[in-house]
Design a protein around this ligand. Structure first.
Ligand code: NAP
Length: 248
């Protein structure tokens, strides 16, 4: 049977690019999304038309019950899991820290941090040899913001991604002897919709001037790193924080 990969936040951007590459490599895919059902279903149809296997499952990863339902659907449809890509993430309007209210902090940490923890927990229960699993891989989406801090834009998001780095380092050690490799990709500025949700659709163009390579990245360039970390080529790599940032 094909290996099964669950990608959270796969309706567009880096998640969708990862889904396309993974399908081409022969993974069967469980593609999670939050709101954009049409985009997720169109991606499933594209993968199936090319001979692949995929389903789309709606769930807000910030909501623990919805994550449990997502994994129940995965179990029911595929009956196995090999790779979790903890990709779902979000940021809010650019602002300074003294303007951030508690509701925003709750939303940013719930989606980016709690969501990744909930999904990692459910994946470990299924992958770990301690629980009768066959092992597998978890790839978390961090950001170079974790080390740059995103001043004047979204320190909350940067701090949430700092937590993803710590999750990656800790969990990699916790489950290394149970057949699970845990790594993170830290993208730089990548051309997706996420910048529009921060209020600056052209952010990639502005920030690319500070990128040593002189350009923003494409979602597929991040997806290639995710696929490498997910696969057997990375069999001795765990606890790595891989920057995909054009040298920034
Ligand atoms: P994007 O284009 O904004 O897409 C975000 C995806 O995540 C969408 O599929 C969205 O679903 C989903 N999503 C958001 N919140 C969710 C939630 N609570 N539950 C389930 N799904 C949720 O983002 P992207 O640029 O591809 O980013 C992907 C990951 O890379 C994120 O973790 C992001 O923080 C990280 N990253 C991106 C960049 C960059 O420059 N683009 C840089 C560093 C790190 P809907 O379509 O249904 O809303």
């Amino acid at each position: 049977m094909n290996k099964v990969m669950l990608i959270t936040g796969a309706s567009r951007g880096i998640g969708a690019a990862t889904a396309r590459l993974a399908a081409a490599e022969g993974y069967a895919l469980c593609l999670n999304y939050r709101r954009q059902r049409d985009a997720a279903e169109a991606l499933v149809a594209e993968i199936v038309a090319a001979g692949g296997q995929a389903i789309a499952v709606q769930a807000d990863v910030a909501d623990e019950q919805q994550v449990l339902q997502l994994f129940a659907r995965l179990d029911q449809h595929f009956g196995r899991l090999d790779v979790l890509v903890n990709n779902a993430g979000m940021l809010e309007q650019q602002m300074r820290l003294e303007q951030m209210d508690g509701g925003r902090l709750q939303r940013v940490f719930a989606a980016n941090v709690f969501g990744s923890f909930f999904c990692a927990r459910e994946a470990v229960k299924r992958l770990s040899t301690r629980h009768g699993g066959r092992g597998g891989a978890i790839v978390n989406l961090s950001s170079v913001a974790a080390r740059l801090g995103a001043p004047g834009e979204y320190i909350d998001y940067a701090a949430a991604k700092g937590a993803i780095d710590s999750l990656t380092l800790g969990l990699a050690k916790e489950v290394a002897a149970e057949g699970i490799r845990v790594n993170a990709v830290r993208p730089g500025v990548i051309d997706t919709d996420i910048h529009a949700s921060g209020g600056e659709p052209a952010r990639v163009t502005r920030v690319s001037q500070s990128v040593p390579m002189g350009r923003g990245g494409q979602a597929e360039e991040v997806a290639r790193a995710i696929l490498w970390l997910a696969g057997e080529q990375a069999s001795y790599t765990s606890g790595a924080l891989l920057d995909v940032s054009g040298g920034r």
